[in-house]
Design a protein around this ligand. Structure first.
Ligand SMILES: NC(=O)c1ccc[n+]([C@@H]2O[C@H](COP(=O)([O-])OP(=O)(O)OC[C@H]3O[C@@H](n4cnc5c(N)ncnc54)[C@H](OP(=O)(O)O)[C@@H]3O)[C@@H](O)[C@H]2O)c1
Length: 259
């Protein structure tokens, strides 16, 4: 891995209680950055915090409950950040989910709300909570974890694909809005990554959740965290705008070679 050591002050990752977010917390912390880890499952966050604090890095870890579907919860999180951790340099908007895999007619309003509230409104709201301060300080790097589903649309993936297409548009527009500043915006589009994502998607049905990863050497959450850390650690004049990463035997959401 070719990574410059780059000393940021604070890294804030939503959805850090598992998968890609947890891996991001690990790699940034290992490299000497203070990390703020957010999610709804505070027990998992506290366990991750303990493990990080027992590692060699002396950087700080701050774990806090935050539900990105709730404006109140986001405001509460921002207010409660300790003063020494308020200046966020790296924001990783990672919290997200898919629910089921059904044609539009079979999707409940509740599923539509949960996916849009988390993947779309969550990214918008968390960004608007930290961006004014980044603009004031003329520094910062925002990562929005989208998906290849935001570009490679598939049947029975309408709400999830649409939510990630919205994230792609948002990343592009924010980058344009801050073009006169030193703030960088990177849109991250992973393919199949083996995490809890599929278990959540299929309502805890572990057997069904294994299917998307069968017969393919899928990406790991560490692979995506490595991509993100790479982009964050480029020299200040380099802005990696988009990272699309797939497993070697995946070419789109639907073109996958399985053995
Ligand atoms: N896995 C894949 O194949 C894949 C591919 C492309 C893109 N992605 C994207 O990558 C991101 C991370 O997913 P993952 O694969 O790492 O899945 P994961 O292991 O299920 O992690 C999802 C994270 O999001 C958090 N989260 C969900 N709803 C939340 C809410 N309302 N408020 C705060 N946090 C919330 C979860 O924490 P709590 O449950 O503790 O709140 C968890 O930490 C998502 O945006 C996903 O769409 C995943």
């Amino acid at each position: 891995m070719n990574v410059h050591h780059f000393n940021f002050n604070e890294t804030n990752s939503t959805g850090a209680s598992s998968g890609i977010g947890e891996s991001c917390a690990k790699i940034f912390h290992q490299n000497g950055n203070h990390v703020i880890i957010l999610g709804r499952r505070i027990d998992k966050l506290n366990e991750i915090k303990r493990n990080l604090e027992n590692s060699e890095s002396k950087a700080k870890v701050f774990a806090m409950e935050c539900d990105v579907t709730s404006s109140e919860s986001i405001n509460d999180m921002v207010t409660k950040l300790p003063t020494e951790l308020k200046n966020i340099d790296i924001l990783i908007n990672n919290a997200g989910l898919a629910l089921g895999s059904e044609p539009v007619s079979n999707i409940s309003n509740d599923e539509i709300d949960r996916v849009i509230d988390t993947n779309v409104k969550g990214v918008f709201r968390v960004t608007r909570s930290f961006l004014p301060d980044m603009i004031k300080r003329n520094t910062g790097h925002i990562f929005n974890v989208s998906s290849i589903a935001g570009n490679h649309w598939y049947v029975n993936g309408s709400i999830y694909c649409a939510s990630k297409a919205a994230v792609n548009a948002f990343s592009d527009i924010v980058r344009k809005e801050v073009v006169a500043t030193k703030i960088r915006v990177t849109n991250v589009c992973p393919g199949l990554v083996e995490t809890e994502f599929s278990v959540i998607r299929f309502g805890g049905d572990v057997e069904k959740a294994k299917k998307p990863y069968m017969g393919i050497d899928a990406l790991t959450p560490d692979d995506i965290a490595d991509n993100i850390y790479y982009a964050a650690s480029r020299p200040e004049h380099v802005q990696i705008t988009t990272i699309e990463t797939m497993a070697n035997n995946q070419a789109s959401t639907t073109v996958i070679h399985r053995v």
